[in-house]
Design a protein. Sequence first.
Length: 76
Amino acid sequence: MFMLLIALGYFFFYEANKLSEEMLRYDEVCAPTRGTGTKCMFEFTPSYDLVRPKVYYRLTEFYHNHRKFVKSISYA
């Protein structure tokens, strides 16, 4: 049992060391286009090769609700 826990611990430690994090802030990159009605498009090229990449994004101060995105509303 002890050897199994050692092997699992080594595996998880090895996998965790392969993780990396890059953070891009849209409010800094897209500041010139804010309020103009144009799309903000930018490219990001990491300085290293990505193996099985996973992309996550975080929204803060996002105050829209579902009613703003519905094309047809039936109030009946």
